[in-house]
Design a protein around this ligand. Sequence first.
Ligand code: NI
Length: 172
Amino acid sequence: MLRPILIHPDPRLQKKAAPLVDLSDELRTLADDMLETMYDAPGIGLAAPQIGVSKRLIVLDCVKEEGVPPRPLAMFNPEIIGSSEETSVYEEGCLSIPEIYADVTRPAEVEVKWLGIDGNEHQEVFTDLWATCVQHEIDHLDGKLFIDYLKPLKRQMITRKMTKLKRERARG
Ligand code: NI
């Protein structure tokens, strides 16, 4: 089922999400809905707070090469347990901040630990776009958006633009 994506500014996007205690069928359905919503958008990552659910769950799939099978990942309670000193710059965007893109500098490699949809603990080192994406999505769980890395003036400009967009959309 597709879920509506919240648009910044929204207090639900700035809240720290709660850790999950147990995997339930309800949570697995939520993860499926989030993947469906992400692919439909289309996007490469989505965090539960973006659909108004304050839980530590993210989904991502950063495969973009033609002919390479998709790799849908759902991560419950994802946690960064190691970051490289080397950084990389990516032009980031966000489904909650449509049509805005800006360069963000982050560690080039991160090691992430999470609980998978299979109920098992997973651990993996991510690089390139995957590293950027997983950090961006985990930030959402802490109420942080990619525009928080930008200079205040730029951030305010984007927020004003989004407020206007939301007003226009509400008017239909
Ligand atoms: Ni985002």
